[in-house]
Design a binder for this molecule. Structure first.
Ligand code: ZN
Ligand code: ZN
Length: 139
């Protein structure tokens, strides 16, 4: 999911976000990976080449990106917030053993019949989280 620099700039501009080096770097990093990193992992990645980012700037950039809907939070473990730039509807596989989270294509499962919910509930969205042991942990 690697995107060209101007595609990233245009995505930020389309959401009326001012393009700052931190927002650009954080969003570009998230688009390049599908491992649902935490803010700390993004920070570590960004500082690999030039150590310029601080935890606060990464958090601030993530918050701005989340508010305009370019990234979303994935909360599968208590107290751990991970980030995802894949906005297509999809499900997640989570291995609690090593913490890995990977995407499951939406059409892997039959759609749920939301009509069967009790009256009075207005469903807006759902997604499936499959918990289990990944191949690496099985070895
Ligand atoms: Zn695992
Ligand atoms: Zn995902």
């Amino acid at each position: 999911m690697k995107k060209e620099a101007n595609t990233i700039v245009n995505a930020l501009k389309a959401k009326k976000l001012r393009v700052t080096p931190q927002r650009f770097a954080v969003y570009a990093n998230l688009l390049q990976r599908s491992d649902h990193p935490t803010a700390e992992q993004i920070l570590k990645d960004l500082n690999e080449n030039v150590p310029t980012s601080s935890q606060a700037t990464v958090y601030t950039a993530l918050q701005a990106l989340r508010e305009v809907g370019l990234v979303r939070e994935v909360l599968l473990e208590p107290g751990v917030c991970r980030y995802d730039a894949n906005l297509e509807p999809h499900h997640h596989f989570h291995c609690p053993c090593c913490g890995v989270i990977e995407d499951i294509p939406w059409d892997t499962f039959q759609p749920l019949n939301l009509q069967r919910l009790r009256p009075g509930i207005t469903p807006e969205r759902y997604q499936v989280t499959v918990e289990g042991v990944c191949d690496r942990c099985q070895e």
